[in-house]
Structure formats: structure tokens, C-alpha cells
Design a protein around this ligand. Structure first.
Ligand code: HEC
Length: 155
């Protein structure tokens, strides 16, 4: 009988331990990659007036370039924390956010998330449910915000 190394009981044990370790690493990795999914938030009202918005925001969004918004979504790093579906990553999935919430609320969240989580009750609630806060992305209110909003509306 030819003695292949893997036919020794000790080798089989080694292989099994290897499989168990691989499975363990896999399970840990998938558990870490998927944070608990929190139901998508609705409402929130207009948001605090202390975060100034362009007075003609609706008009600016209507005229804004959706493709520019998509490019800003990537260059401003939104992609690192949000999906374009309803699936949560670090923050909530963004598809439909402009219909779930008022446009001004979404605009204020994009401009000053740091202020929103301190003064706006709905943003506070959202922040408490998430693992990490949204960082300020230095979005320009007049030139960049309308394009990002137009992009989110198009999803
Ligand atoms: C570091 C991760 C991170 C980055 C980068 C980030 N966000 Fe967020 N975002 C979050 C988290 C987390 C929340 C939930 C509120 C909180 O915990 O601060 C959130 C909330 C939001 C909300 C409200 C979502 C809802 O369902 O109410 C919008 C809209 C949003 N982000 C848009 C953006 C846009 C646009 C960008 C890029 C300019 C961006 N975010 C960049 C993490 C991030």
C-alpha cells in the first residue's frame, strides 16, 4: 500500500483543523463586513435653519448636472460609506433618500453632518443607531451640493 502523506491520520487531523480555521476566519470576516441593518429613516422635517442653504436650492437642483453629482459622489468619498441601493454600509443606503426625507434635510445632512448629529433630533437618532458618524466632506453649498442632490434624486 502506498503511503501518501495525506492518508496518515495525523495529516487528516491537520487538514480538518485547517478547514475549521478557514471557516472561522470566513465567518468572522462576513460578520464584520455586515453591520446590523437598521431600518431606513423617514421624515426629519426641514432640518435646522442654522445650517444655511442657498435660497434657490430647488431651482439649483433642477438645473444641476447629474453626472457631475455622480463624480462628486466618488471624489468626495461618499462611496466609502454609502451604497446606491437601500443596503446599509457605514451609513444608510441612499437610494430613495430624497423621497423618504425632505430635500432640505438631506441637503443639511450633506453640508454639515457634524452639526446635524448635535442639533437635529432625527440625525441624532440615526447617529445613535450607526457604528460611526458621518464626517464632514466639505461640500460647497452653491456649486457642489445641488449636483449631489440631483444625482441622489436620479437613483
Ligand atoms: C465616514 C463615512 C461617511 C462618509 C464619507 C459619508 N457619509 Fe453620509 N452618512 C454616514 C453615516 C454614519 C450616516 C448616519 C448619520 C451619522 O451617523 O452621522 C450618514 C448619513 C447620510 C445621509 C442621511 C441618510 C438617511 O437615510 O437619512 C445622507 C443623505 C448622506 N449621509 C449623504 C452623504 C454624501 C452625499 C456623502 C458625500 C459627500 C456622504 N454622505 C459621506 C457616513 C458617511
Amino acid at each position: 500500500m502506498s503511503a501518501e502523506p495525506t492518508s496518515f491520520p495525523v495529516c487528516r487531523l491537520g487538514m480538518n483543523i485547517g478547514r475549521i480555521l478557514t471557516l472561522g476566519v470566513f465567518l468572522t470576516a462576513s460578520a464584520c463586513a455586515k453591520p446590523p441593518q437598521i431600518p431606513l429613516g423617514v421624515g426629519g422635517g426641514p432640518g435646522p435653519a442654522s445650517i444655511a442653504l442657498p435660497t434657490n436650492l430647488v431651482e439649483l437642483v433642477a438645473k444641476a448636472d447629474v453626472q457631475k453629482g455622480g463624480a462628486l459622489y466618488v471624489s468626495k468619498g461618499c462611496k466609502a460609506c454609502h451604497t446606491l441601493t437601500e443596503a446599509q454600509l457605514v451609513g444608510p443606503g441612499l437610494r430613495g433618500v430624497t423621497t423618504r426625507r425632505e430635500l432640505t434635510w438631506v441637503a443639511r445632512m450633506i453640508l454639515r453632518p457634524d452639526v446635524m448629529v448635535k442639533v437635529d433630533p432625527e440625525a441624532k437618532r440615526l447617529f445613535q443607531a450607526m457604528v460611526a458618524p458621518m464626517a464632514n466632506q466639505n461640500v460647497a453649498a452653491e456649486t457642489e451640493l445641488p449636483a449631489i442632490l440631483a444625482y441622489l434624486k436620479s437613483l
